[in-house]
Design a protein around this ligand. Structure first.
Ligand code: ADP
Ligand code: MG
Length: 261
């Protein structure tokens, strides 16, 4: 038994037969996944297979309809009271989400704000920090992603790769306990992909727990601990990232990896 599998109490995400859909369309059809503290869990799979929906369930943007989803020791969206489960209040959701950083394919920076204002905004408005504290934190996080000199520029003055690094700094400034990445490099020109992956790799080396939807197979191999292959709303193959990449067991995994390599 590996050291990792003995540390069951350190699981950050435990999905057990997670199901959800939109109307008649079943999108997640029984997803099982466990992510331990400090682990980098990579997710691959064809478009429409439910990867983004699953990430949205993890941070409570979508509601799981069946099965169990525990994140940071909480049943996402529900709490037990008087022997019954009750939905969380909006405030409880907001508190929960401050522990979960999310980075999207599109960076969604505020165009009219400077880089440093973008990194300060949620700290002040959501976490209730003072401007001084938020500013110092933003300076530190911009340095971490290598953008100190660009703090006072507007997003449009930066490349796509730089903008995505700002989005990562903005998420990190909230001191999340887990980071979710949804195809963070898919919208970037090829020459800008590496600078974002370098930042993500450093984050992994700092011990951050990360769930990363990506088709960057080199990143998954080098940085990923586990790799899960989504297809039609379930994980059809899961294992150590290197094992799955070197010797995929499922034909759909083999075909998919061949198409993105
Ligand atoms: P992936 O990220 O793997 O490409 P998604 O999770 O985005 O897949 O989508 C999975 C399926 O759910 C798709 O068929 C998509 O059309 C559907 N879907 C996603 N979001 C919604 C929504 N808000 N309303 C209806 N259908 C949705
Ligand atoms: Mg997606």
């Amino acid at each position: 038994m590996s050291e990792r599998s003995e540390r069951l109490d350190t699981s950050v995400v435990i999905a057990d037969q997670v199901r959800m859909g939109f109307g008649d369309v079943e999108v997640l059809r029984g997803v099982d996944l466990e992510v331990d503290a400090g682990e980098v869990a990579c997710i691959v799979g064809p478009s429409g297979s439910g990867k983004s929906t699953f990430l949205r369930c993890i941070n409570g943007l979508e509601t799981v309809e069946q099965g169990s989803l525990r994140v940071l020791d909480q049943q996402v969206g529900f709490e037990l009271g008087n022997g019954k489960y009750h939905p969380w209040s909006a405030k409880r959701f907001a508190t929960f989400r401050t522990d979960i950083g999310m980075v999207f394919q599109r960076f969604n920076l505020f165009a009219h704000q400077s880089v440093i204002e973008n990194v300060m905004c949620a700290q002040v408005q959501v976490a209730g920090r003072s401007k001084k504290v938020a500013h110092d934190e933003a300076v530190a996080q911009l340095e971490r992603v290598g953008l100190s000199e660009h703090a006072h520029k507007k997003p449009h003055q930066l490349s796509g790769g730089q903008q995505q690094r700002v989005a990562i700094a903005r998420a990190l400034a909230m001191h999340p306990k887990v980071m979710l990445f949804d195809e963070p490099t898919s919208a970037l020109d090829p020459e800008l992909v590496d600078e974002v992956l370098v930042v993500m790799k450093a984050l992994a080396e700092d011990g951050m727990t990360m769930v990363v939807v990506t088709h960057e197979i080199g990143f998954a191999r080098e940085v990923g601990d586990t790799l899960s292959m989504f297809a039609d709303g379930v994980i059809i193959e899961h294992g150590r990232a290197r094992d799955v990449l070197d010797d995929p067991q499922h034909e759909r995994t083999r075909n998919f990896l061949a198409s993105v390599r």
